[in-house]
Ligand binder design. Structure first.
Ligand SMILES: [Zn+2]
Length: 226
């Protein structure tokens, strides 16, 4: 399976993203894209990035920036296209956009949305149809993840502090959709749990867990329960 990961917007000039609360959409989408790529590659899923570095600008205008992203996915025969964005305009929560509801893209969108709202305290705004170039012109099923609202204080704090959880949520949604089993390394689980449980002395908790005879199974079960 090959996934095209599209870090929404360009670094500078044209097709730049929203800015609010001292954050730039294009920086956040790129960092989440990079984390997502690392997780997918580790799980044996091939990836293609539209923007390969955070300073890269695609195309020479807004429309050619969109066309370039579509062309990269189509040229590489990607199986799925996942575009990452942050929302703005006075709302809160997370939503996933598809061109038309009902197909594979919608099924993938549902898994990603469930994963996002399970792992993060975000309002579920549902799956929405949108006539956007990256969704309409890509040959493969395509979704656009509006992670959270950059101009909402609580959402912005999550985007700033929990990039890895956003990446993890999208990653787990993709794996679940594709029925790919994945056992994360224990260190990843520890990091995840320390954050999830807000542990002030994580080493104490993990010392107890690590001496348990069914240590690996235990970690896996705790991880899967979120
Ligand atoms: Zn955007």
């Amino acid at each position: 399976m090959k996934i095209c990961i599209d870090a929404g917007h360009n670094h500078s000039g044209f097709d730049t993203g929203a800015t609010a609360n001292g954050l730039k959409e294009q920086d956040i989408t790129f960092r989440i894209a990079l984390l997502l790529q690392e997780k997918l590659e580790k799980a044996g899923v091939n990836t293609v990035m539209t923007r390969k570095t955070n300073t890269e600008n695609l195309g020479s205008s807004v429309s050619t920036s969109i066309a370039r992203r579509v062309a990269i996915s189509n040229k590489n025969n990607c199986d799925y296209f996942v575009s990452l964005h942050c929302n703005a305009g006075g709302g809160t929560g997370t939503e996933v956009l598809v061109y038309k509801k009902g197909g594979k893209a919608t099924q993938l969108a549902e898994k990603i949305l469930t994963s996002l709202t399970t792992l993060l305290p975000l309002q579920n705004r549902g799956i929405k149809e949108a006539n956007l170039g990256v969704l309409r012109d890509t040959d493969c099923p395509a979704v656009l993840v509006e992670t959270a609202f950059l101009d909402h204080p609580a959402d912005a704090a999550l985007l700033q502090q929990k990039e890895d959880v956003f990446a993890n949520a999208v990653f787990r949604g993709i794996l679940e959709y594709a029925n790919i089993p994945f056992t994360p390394p224990t260190d990843d689980i520890k990091t995840f749990l320390a954050e999830k449980w807000n542990l002030s002395h994580p080493e104490e908790v993990f010392r107890l867990l690590d001496t348990h005879p069914y240590r690996d199974t235990l970690y896996q079960k705790i991880y899967e329960s979120y």
